[in-house]
Design a protein around this ligand. Structure first.
Ligand code: PEP
Ligand code: MG
Length: 324
């Protein structure tokens, strides 16, 4: 199937209306990096750093991490890599961390919450990232930010680490971008000031959807019960797109739905200009985007929403089936 899309590799994901969607890949292990040139991805929109921690049986040392991140940046050859700081919690348990006994680990002491409460590991990781970038562009994003205060504290950690490196006389990154993942509904309704102050936002649709519909993404009984294409969820996304547009905040979507062609068309039609997905999805997504007019897709979606369709999926798939 990959060969089927090989001819598209160097072509843009340009829709018939002229809009170009920037397609990036999700990664987390060194083994993923060869996909960067072969998939035609423009960069790594989500680098899940916890995978490196999960495959070990002891806490990595800062120097090891820094060498590893430097290899990632080297392999990217100037393409942007958005490093997401550790997203561990009681469900992604590191064997070398004290397990927590929590009734609802997905809503528990995870990700940035843990990072801010026990900042040792976060600080070490940030320092490793800054050192790895040395003289190059560095993009960092914090997971599971639920309110502006958490982002401000995390960014303060980042700024302190930059200052320490400067005082030590170490080379700094040439440029930094510090963003947040939007994966709790609360953040979609954060103040306008917050949207202005983040360097970018990336929607973590997997978590955002599970919290929006209150349906555990790990629970087979409910995980497919609700759909990203439900009108209610699109309403949420439309608010996020609108706020980012008025604040001038770069926005991307990096949940699994970005890698499903119909969903990707919907996201692009709703105004997302950057999508990040597993490398194998880039071909199929690009192929469909290139066949459609996003303004027409938007009209189909809006008509379905105005009609009161619970999900825009039937209308959108019907319309897609009628495209040449
Ligand atoms: C998400 O929640 O959509 C996301 C991209 O992060 P993860 O799947 O690693 O939780
Ligand atoms: Mg997530």
């Amino acid at each position: 199937a990959q060969e089927r899309y090989a001819g598209l590799r160097d072509l843009p994901a340009q829709a018939l209306c002229g809009t170009v969607i920037s397609l990036h890949m999700n990664a987390g292990l060194m083994a993923d990096l060869p996909s960067l040139p072969s998939s035609g991805a423009e960069g790594v929109g989500l680098f899940r750093t916890e995978l490196q921690f999960l495959v070990r049986n002891q806490m990595p040392k800062r120097a090891e991490l820094s060498a590893l991140y430097a290899r990632v940046v080297d392999a990217a050859k100037g393409k942007r890599v958005a490093f997401r700081t550790l997203d561990i919690g009681s469900d992604k348990v590191l064997s070398y961390m004290k397990p927590q006994d929590e009734p609802n680990p997905a809503m528990g002491w995870r990700a940035i919450r843990l990072g801010l409460d026990k900042p040792g590991v976060l600080r070490m990781q940030i320092q490793a990232l800054i050192r790895a970038a040395s003289g190059r562009h560095l993009t960092v994003m914090f997971p599971f930010i639920a309110n502006p205060g958490e982002f401000r504290l995390a960014r303060a950690e980042f700024n302190k680490a930059m200052e320490r490196e400067r005082i030590l006389g170490h080379p700094l990154p040439s440029e930094v971008e510090v963003g947040a993942m939007l994966e709790t509904p609360s953040l979609a309704f954060a103040s306008y000031a917050f949207f202005r102050e983040v360097d970018f936002l990336s929607v973590g649709g997997n978590d955002l959807k599970q919290f929006f519909f209150a349906a555990d993404r790990e629970n087979e009984k409910v995980r497919r019960r609700y759909d990203m294409l439900e009108s209610s969820f699109l309403e949420l996304l439309s608010g996020i797109v609108g706020r980012c547009a008025s604040a001038g905040t770069p926005l991307s979507f990096c949940g699994e739905d970005a890698g499903r062609p119909v969903e990707a068309v919907a996201l692009a039609a709703m105004g997302f200009r950057t999508l990040s997905m597993r490398p194998a999805s880039i071909g199929p997504v690009k192929s469909l985007i290139r066949r459609v007019n996003l303004q027409e897709a938007r009209k189909v979606i809006d008509d379905a929403r105005i009609r009161g369709d619970e999900s825009v999926r039937p209308a959108l798939t019907d319309w897609l089936a009628r495209q040449p």
